[in-house]
Design a protein around this ligand. Structure first.
Ligand code: ADP
Ligand code: MG
Length: 329
């Protein structure tokens, strides 16, 4: 289902949490709402799902061509998953996933057999087949979040709304689940909005990333568009490492990513700047150099390959030449 949000405003007391949000999401997309804490991500997600509402007359939410701005959550058929798994601890995995179907009024409730088939199919889909009799306390954090996802899917949602669903899990599990969610979304194809404050997570996972800051959208684009063509200094700094540098004789500030800094021998005629290696960190796939630029006394981070590091025989204290391969102001 497509989602269109127009001119949305939400005020809490005198505080403007959302200040005119416009957003269009196409069917089947996996969209990340990315921004620092307090930027309005959760508020926007809740309003899309019908758990909260915009200020009176201030904006609209249209799902699949239908204006649902004033409709409650129950009429929007959105599936929710939150950071802190709200599973029922006294119910089994099976009962948790079946819950949304069991509580339907008799008229629309599927038969016991149909519910059973649906729940088992969903548990297979989230790779928890065979664990249906377990209690939530007998599962890992990652498994619990997959139960929460299966439960959200049981109602056959039109849209899936995930609010920092992996936020409480440790880094390794997060990474696995991220990859898993990507493949999972490809399989089920439900339009999904995913809130995160983790830029890596957003860039790796989403078709489209919406960068939010102080209740406004800074930029919308594919991960690569955002990374390569940030529209604002905020987006530049929020999406990955970046250096701010001044070039001699020019007043403007340039943004350059560490992998865009070319390291040359000190005597190389194509060097624009000269620097001393203050710190060298090579315990990873590439080497990170922290440089002190001689011309401006500024520091600059550069990433080079381990191969280049070895071939040039660089170590801390060495002088090098610097060429900025790509500079944007
Ligand atoms: P995010 O999810 O990006 O961290 P939120 O949407 O939760 O941000 O909140 C945005 C801002 O609105 C924050 O400053 C928060 O304190 C404020 N806020 C959110 N919900 C309420 C509320 N119910 N009452 C008052 N202020 C709120
Ligand atoms: Mg939030």
């Amino acid at each position: 289902m497509s989602i269109v949000v127009q001119n949305l405003r939400r005020t809490f007391g005198t505080f403007q949490a959302l200040r005119g949000i416009n957003l269009e999401i196409a069917d089947h997309q996996l969209v990340a709402l990315l921004g620092p804490s307090g930027s309005g991500k959760t508020t926007l997600l809740r309003i899309i799902g019908g758990l909260d509402f915009p200020d009176a007359g201030q904006g609209s939410v249209v799902i699949n061509g239908e204006d649902v701005t004033e409709r409650p959550a129950a009429e929007r058929k959105a599936g929710f998953v939150f950071q802190h798994y709200a599973l029922f601890n006294h119910l089994s995995v099976f009962e948790n996933v079946a819950f949304g179907l069991e509580v339907r009024p008799q008229k629309t409730r599927p038969s016991k057999d149909a519910i059973r088939d649906r729940v088992l199919e969903l548990l297979r889909l989230v790779q928890l087949g065979g664990l249906e009799q377990r209690l939530p306390s007998e599962l890992s954090g990652g498994q619990r979040q997959r139960v929460a996802l299966a439960r959200a899917l049981a109602i056959d949602p039109k849209v899936l709304l995930l609010d920092e669903p992996f936020g409480a899990l440790d880094a390794k599990v997060r990474k696995d689940l991220r990859r898993w969610l990507r493949a999972f979304h490809r399989e089920i194809g439900v339009t999904t909005i995913f809130v995160t404050h983790d830029q890596q997570e957003a860039l790796e996972l989403a078709d489209v990333v919406v960068v939010m800051n102080e209740g406004q959208i800074e930029q919308i684009g594919s991960p690569q568009q955002l990374y390569d063509h940030p529209a604002t200094p905020f987006v530049y700094e929020f999406l990955g490492d970046v250096n701010k540098v001044r070039k001699p004789g020019r007043p403007d500030v340039f943004y350059v990513r560490p992998h865009e800094v070319k390291i040359l021998f000190a005597g190389d005629a194509s060097a624009e700047l000269h620097a001393t290696i203050e710190h060298l960190f090579a315990a990873g796939p590439s080497a990170r150099l922290t440089l002190r630029i001689q011309e401006s006394r500024e520091t600059l981070d550069a990433d080079i390959t381990r191969l280049q590091l070895e071939e040039m025989g660089l170590s801390e204290g060495d002088e090098v030449g610097v060429h900025l391969t790509l500079t944007r102001s």
